[in-house]
Design a protein around this ligand. Structure first.
Ligand code: ZN
Length: 421
């Protein structure tokens, strides 16, 4: 109904109002309060409210300083009612725009068709009254009444509904259409950016404004969409060398790792039946360093991780390889020896005896702790305290983690055979 460039806006007649009152917003109520405080005769108000509720107010024209509509009486005759409101002077607009250009949040709220209380307060501080007060609404009507009549009252009630939907209606009455107002703000903002530091001309929204705007914000999508891939962090490499001790490459790597973990947590949190199990239980610094090494961070970062965890580079590579087969548990199987108690030993031996049919059963030799080496093959099975079997293969003289664990030793060893294929 309006492209915002003109100085007059016309709003089609609204259907009869149902249920709730005429003003839902705080600024709409302030508008009605000005009307009601001004009226000398509350009977006129009542009649006007009834006429507005019945849909007797025709199209409303809003112009600087004036609102107008034809209001139909019950006998079918119409009266032209006008309500006048003082326009702001050039000097007042100048102060208002100066204030608003400093408050990005105010304008953002207005564009959301919301009038933040702070906008009105800040304007008042700048000596600009936006909302009408007592005596500010001046009625004129073709019915000849010298004061408020039902027609002009009905018009004011109807305009409260329009104000609810769009606070720019008030600013137009005060003298500026939306487009002109935004153009002037932009011009001022651009002029100011030349002189000021850019961050000084931008300010956020007050918490109470954000809170007040909560009802006009669209609801969050439910469930929130999952990103297809983790976000890519900012590249930190610049022509300027970083400060001493700052490793830009390592920071980029850590930021990428954080993004990937955040996405995994999101997936976990959104999966049905999720019970707030952490993606990874709390890791020690050493475990976390191995986890990072397993992500393949490149030579320089891997060297730092090795030094930081007191490992040779080859040891760190082995640890990272273990990590990929089963996280912290796998790392412990690689680097820590444990001795099962007598009962666990017996159960393990029984399981090793039962897991294969006689002709396929490999010859196993206890290698100390919870490890069994396959005789005649560079293969080993390791038992972890949680009862899982981990396949190992000898490679370049080192026992190397070679696959995910299994509850069944034969299945774990089959993993090795599969790898050999
Ligand atoms: Zn009248």
């Amino acid at each position: 109904m309006s492209d915002g460039t003109e100085t007059e806006r016309t709003f089609a007649a609204l259907p009869p109002a149902r249920g709730h009152g005429f003003a839902q917003t705080w600024w709409g109520r302030r508008w009605l309060k000005a009307l009601e405080d001004t009226a000398l005769d509350s009977e006129q108000l009542k009649k006007g409210r009834r006429q507005a509720r019945e849909g007797a107010v025709g199209a409303v024209s809003v112009r600087p300083g004036r609102i107008t509509a034809v209001v139909r009486d019950r006998d079918g005759t119409g009266q032209r009612g006008d309500v006048l409101l003082q326009e702001l002077s050039e000097a007042e607009w100048d102060r208002f725009l100066d204030m608003a250009v400093d408050r990005a949040g105010h304008i953002a709220a207005l564009l959301d068709r919301e009038m933040p209380p702070h906008l009105v307060e800040d304007a008042a501080e700048a000596g600009v009254e936006l909302l009408p007060g007592i005596g500010d609404l001046e009625p004129e009507c073709s019915c000849g009444a010298w004061d408020l009549c039902p027609h002009t009252a009905a018009l004011c009630y109807q305009v409260a509904r329009l104000l609810d939907q769009d606070p720019f209606v008030l600013l137009l009455m005060r003298g500026r259409g939306e487009r002109r107002l935004l153009d002037e703000l932009q011009a001022r903002s651009a002029a100011r950016a030349v002189v000021d530091e850019p961050e000084q001309s931008v300010e956020g929204m007050w918490a109470d404004e954000a809170f007040a705007a909560r009802d006009v914000l669209p609801p969050l999508p439910s469930p929130p969409p999952l990103p297809d891939s983790p976000g890519r962090p900012q590249a930190l490499g610049t022509e300027t060398a970083p400060a001493p001790g700052v490793d830009a490459q390592a920071l980029e790597f850590l930021a990428a790792d954080a993004a990937a973990r955040a996405r995994r947590m999101l997936i976990e949190a959104l999966s049905p039946g999720h019970r707030h199990q952490p993606v990874e239980p709390g890791l020690t610094t050493d475990q976390d360093a191995v986890r990072l090494a397993a992500a393949g961070p490149g030579t320089a970062i891997a060297a730092r991780l090795a030094a930081g965890t007191d490992r040779q580079r080859a040891e760190l590579d082995l640890a990272a390889r273990a990590w990929l087969t089963g996280g912290a548990a796998a790392l412990s199987v690689l680097e820590e020896e444990w001795t099962p108690d007598r009962e666990t030993q017996a159960r393990a031996r029984a399981l090793l005896a039962e897991s294969w049919e006689a002709p396929d059963r490999p010859q196993l030799r206890a290698a100390g702790g919870a490890r069994w080496t396959v005789v005649g093959a560079d293969a080993q099975l390791r038992l972890s305290p949680d009862g899982r079997w981990w396949p190992y293969r000898k490679s370049r003289g080192r026992w190397t983690p070679s696959g995910p664990p299994a509850q069944d030793p034969a299945a774990a060893l089959a993993e090795l055979a599969g790898e050999a294929d």
